[in-house]
Design a protein around this ligand. Structure first.
Ligand code: XIL
Length: 372
């Protein structure tokens, strides 16, 4: 190699070195103050997470729904500790998990989630004491006959009292009744609960919950909660419960998508629930990339990533404008590797509804949400 080519090589090396150096130098500093990461490389240089940007004092707690195995997964638990200060059991506190057979209570899975939360300074939201799904058939049977209203209500009271006593001081709020309002023209959904007990099961559930743990905040929780017809029926129920001091908050599930709901629908619903003087929590937030049940399965394209970020940005802008009323926002999962939407409403259609991707890395939606 002659002198000229050696100098040429040297020049190339220096140029490449200088080039990569100046690339790093032009990235905005992200370590201190209010500067927030805007891309993965900046994100990897800081330790702050959602809960640090949405401080519980000024905004709301940031939560995630998890399964007991989530806490055993190193990547997932690391992500949980960085970003969240509230946990919900995705299934572990439902009736079929806690009391599969009459009188046999199984707390181990739920306790594991609570222990992880306590060890990491996180709150726990209880979900859910009374629902028509994931509730065993025995509740509604007396032998082979349908159980009487009295028997069903007695079982309801026993379940609520036992469960709330078990978690007293560890679970700060409960979704007492979940999804009682009808999607069509009836007021209440025609479930086993309603068919046997009428509206009384709702009132009795809240009474039992108030009695079991007067310090716990009691929520009614439902989906399609921003749709005006259903919203107004939920409002009427909340009003009735509030008049008897039986409810403290409205739980908006928040199973939305990249187009729905509009800012108007969301603000109108928040305004309406807020007018009752109760808290609001968004409890099951996920933003589907599909609009309809017939949309074909897709990969997570950059177009979807942008549109989902825009939607998340809209929702959180509105949430922040209701700080003080909205006291918690919980995602119905952690990262895109695990979501019930992979099998609902279409079985086996992969979805990507969260702020973190299948490898637990932040998506554009994360950067949009934290940069306010
Ligand atoms: C879902 C869970 O995510 C699934 O794992 C389970 O198979 C069915 O229930 N509304 C609720 C939640 O209140 O409890 C539901 O969770 C999702 C819809």
């Amino acid at each position: 190699m002659n002198r000229i080519s050696i100098s040429f090589l040297l020049l190339c090396t220096l140029t490449i070195g200088a080039c990569s150096k100046s690339d790093t130098a032009t990235e905005p500093p992200v370590v201190a103050g209010n500067t927030r990461p805007a891309n993965l490389s900046q994100y990897n240089k800081v330790t702050a997470g959602l809960k640090d940007y949405f401080t519980a004092g000024e905004y709301f707690t940031m939560g995630a729904a998890i399964t007991p195995s989530t806490v055993d997964n190193t990547d997932a638990s690391k992500l949980l500790k960085r970003h969240f200060n509230s946990l919900t059991a995705e299934n572990g506190m439902k009736w079929s998990s806690l009391q599969p057979n009459e009188g046999t209570f199984k707390f181990a899975d739920a306790d594991k989630i609570v222990a992880f939360a306590q060890a990491n300074n996180m709150k726990v939201r209880g979900h859910t004491l009374c629902w028509h799904n994931q509730s065993p058939d025995w509740i509604f049977k007396n032998g082979t006959a349908t159980a009487s209203k009295e028997l069903v209500l007695q079982r309801l009271r026993t379940h609520i009292t036992t469960v709330m006593n078990h978690f007293k001081g560890k679970v700060y709020c409960w979704d007492v009744v979940n999804e009682a309002i009808d999607d069509g023209s009836n007021i209440y959904k025609a479930t086993n609960w309603y068919n046997i007990c009428g509206e009384d099961y709702i009132i009795e559930a809240f009474k039992a919950a108030r009695l079991a743990d007067p310090a716990a905040k009691l929520f009614y929780n439902d989906y399609s909660e921003v749709s005006p017809a259903k919203r107004d029926k939920i409002y009427d129920l909340l009003k009735k419960l509030k008049a008897q001091n039986l409810v403290d908050g409205m739980g908006m599930q928040g199973h939305w998508n990249i187009n729905y709901p509009s800012n108007q629908l969301l603000s109108d619903a928040l305004e309406k629930y807020k007018s009752l003087g109760i808290e609001i929590q968004v409890n099951e937030l996920d933003v589907s990339v599909y609009n309809t049940n017939t949309d074909p399965q897709t990969t997570f394209t950059s177009w979807l990533e942008q549109n989902q970020a825009t939607a998340y940005g809209r929702y959180f802008n509105i949430f922040r404008s209701y700080k003080g009323t909205i006291t918690g926002v919980t995602f119905w999962g952690v990262a895109d590797n695990h979501t019930w939407l992979d099998n609902f409403p279409v079985t086996g259609r992969k979805n990507y509804p969260f702020l973190f991707d299948t490898a637990y890395n932040p998506k554009q939606a994360y950067f949009t949400v934290i940069n306010f």
